[in-house]
Design a protein around this ligand. Structure first.
Ligand code: F6P
Length: 329
């Protein structure tokens, strides 16, 4: 299958914003390591725990009954200390103390940036799994947690539609995604949104007003504008205020979905992606890979160098943007 590299202890950690499916990924890493007769350790609170030596042995039963749970049993953090050389040196010393030969890092681009620098400085073999609701990582069609987040947003949008329709209202709904519009575009398409505002394409306030007014002329009983939190016109509250200032007679409300999108039981798709990339990460380490991310593209497990995963763009297909315009007439 793969050329076996001798490795006796690997450790897994989750870092950055948590994402549904991270537990399924931890489970896959732990069980794949044990299957290959490698000892496996869990690091608590990402790089923070690595620096402090919060590292413990994991067994197969440590990951029983977690595949369906949201959040991460290893907890997560964004570590300022790991951004310093001193912090990384301390982390390396802790890993050496525990005799760790390889790492699996589950997280997003911040996590991989840290892992890449760490590998360059200390040579610790590391393979990543893409864990973030944002779906902003190059080298994988989807990231772990994204599908669940989209479905959570969609459920909320459906509920907002009920009340919007009953009152003939316009709702601006803000979804997460940091600088990426993926959650916005897919939940917007699924929820039949009239407008989706994403950072990847420019939508002006004048265009928003024109679409909403056209909707009113067409006797639409509600309109939903999905706003990606990183949109260039501002957040949903800012955009709604600009529209209110420039129009009359529109009954406008704002809902920010927030961290609800980060929680909940992962969808089947996220559990499967997490399991595949978790296995892929351990098998990658055993095959001698390092500073790469295990992802799934066109339904195939692939490895992408961290620098590409971090730096390369993952644009939203124009076809998806157009779809909203066509279907919301
Ligand atoms: O990266 C995941 C994410 O949920 C983004 O969508 C959002 O911008 C950010 O994390 C929020 O971070 P925090 O939970 O630290 O406020």
């Amino acid at each position: 299958m793969y050329k076996f590299i001798f490795m006796k202890r690997v450790a897994v950690f989750t870092s950055g914003g948590d994402a549904p499916g991270m537990n399924a990924c931890i489970r896959a890493v732990v069980r794949t390591a044990i299957y290959n007769n490698i000892e496996v350790y869990g690091i608590m609170r990402g790089y923070e725990g690595m620096i402090k030596g919060r590292i413990h042995r994991m067994e197969s039963k440590s990951v029983s009954n977690i595949i369906q749970q949201g959040g991460t049993i290893l907890k997560s953090a964004r570590s300022a200390e790991f951004r310093t050389y001193e912090g990384r040196k301390q982390a390396y010393q802790q890993l050496k103390h525990f005799d760790i030969d390889g790492l699996v890092a589950v997280g997003g681009d911040g996590t991989f940036t840290g892992a890449k620098v760490f590998h360059e400085e200390f040579g610790m073999p590391t393979v990543g799994c893409p864990g973030t609701i944002d779906n902003d990582i190059y080298g994988t069609d989807y990231t772990i947690g994204y599908d669940t987040a989209v479905n959570t947003a969609l459920e909320a949008i459906d509920k907002i539609r009920d009340t919007a329709d009953s009152h003939n209202r316009v709702f601006f709904v803000e979804v997460m995604g940091r600088d990426s519009g993926y959650i916005a575009i897919q939940s917007g398409i699924g929820g039949g949104a009239e407008i989706v505002m994403v950072p990847e394409t420019e939508t002006t306030i004048a265009q928003v007003i024109e679409t909403l007014q056209k909707g009113r002329l067409n006797h639409k009983s509600s309109s939903i504008v999905i706003v990606a939190e990183g949109d260039e016109e501002g957040n949903a509250t800012d955009i709604a205020a600009k529209v209110m200032d420039a129009t009359e007679g529109l009954d406008i409300k704002v809902t920010t979905l927030g961290h609800i999108q980060r929680g909940g039981s992962p969808t089947a798709q996220d559990r499967i992606l997490a399991s595949r990339t978790g296995i892929g990460a351990v098998e990658g380490l055993l095959a001698g890979k390092s500073s790469v991310m295990a992802g799934v593209k066109n339904n195939k497990l692939v490895y992408t160098p961290f620098e590409d995963a971090i730096d390369k763009n993952k644009p939203i297909e124009d076809e998806l943007i157009k779809l909203v315009d066509v279907l919301s007439i």
